[in-house]
Design a protein around this ligand. Sequence first.
Ligand code: NAP
Ligand code: GDD
Length: 326
Amino acid sequence: MKRALITGITGQDGLYLGELLAEKGYEVHGLVRSASGERYDAVVDAVPSATLHVADLTDPMSLLRSLDTAQPDEVYNLGGISFVGSSWEHASAIADVTGKGALNLLDAIRLHVGDDMERIRFYQASSSEMFGKAQEVPQHERTAFWPRSPYGVSKTFGHFMTINYRESYGLYASSGILFNHESPRRGPEFVTRKISRAVARISLGLEDSLSMGNLDARRDWGFAGDFVRAMWLILQQPVADDYIIATGQTHAVRDFLDLAFAAVGIDDWGRYVHVDPRFLRPTEGEQLVGDTTKAREVLGWAPTVSFEELVAMMVESDLAAEKKGL
Ligand code: NAP
Ligand code: GDD
């Protein structure tokens, strides 16, 4: 039985990946920052067989202790502060957790495996935010990075540390450069879930307005369940490498609004949605869209959920949740 250790198991991707690996027969271990609370309970619900270890990416000893206890064959580093929008307000904290946290984990792995570098395969959750001011459209694995947010800069540090530990120490260290992926488990601060929740509440008469940022921003949005399958495939390859994971299509925030409101029978959403400068960002990623040729050819990976299906899935889930609460 293979053993996997997932940092960030309480997050959107951690829950889907934990479920996937448990289904595949893995012994799943996860890092949690606290051994109680709603997010802890969500992991227990989704992956009841998982063993959870209290640790923090900013605390190297806690990482080493968890590795020594779990003895994983595969480590998936999904932990980190992941919200770009607030990363300007806590740039230093995001550098510590999302950037240096990856280095702390790589170092803990080195200490844990000693001379036997082949004992562990490491996956780093890199991000399309590293492309920021895109130097090429679409972006592929060799496109130069130009991060436009403290989050993007921190992810770029973690990404290059992953490559550096692969090249310097022969560690099997791979990364997935993932474009936006969403689901009913998405945090409520991210734009897709913010919209699906608000639409559900507006349609039930629980709210009557939605404050938004840049409605013309475009993203390459896929379904998180598809994207965690790519993470697993990446670590099953004979040689460690980096892969773009995306749908290859972009949509504007207003397209998401169109479909989400249409799903509850509202066509003229303009009377509910207001642009509030608080949600505008100092700089934005531009023309972010992924070229997945390598993932398709090497991993045999392709997304299975369309943009339309994703929006419908999220609105339906929020409608059901809101109705339950009534
Ligand atoms: P998420 O839902 O925000 O989950 C983040 C996870 O990181 C949570 O489990 C959180 O735990 C944990 N975490 C936060 N601070 C930590 C710390 N100091 N030490 C250890 N763990 C910590 O993010 P996600 O959407 O699942 O994304 C997973 C990873 O992929 C993230 O690194 C994200 O930056 C990256 N990524 C995401 C996307 C996307 O579109 N979703 C795209 C590219 C890359 P708590 O529950 O304790 O807060
Ligand atoms: N959150 C939010 N709230 N975003 C808004 C809003 C709003 O009210 N209005 C417009 N947007 C725009 C943002 O400006 C951005 O262009 C786009 O919607 C998507 O924002 P988010 O959903 O917050 O995601 P993100 O693209 O900044 O970051 C996500 O994807 C990255 C991969 O590219 C996160 O999951 C990151 O962790 C991930 O790396």
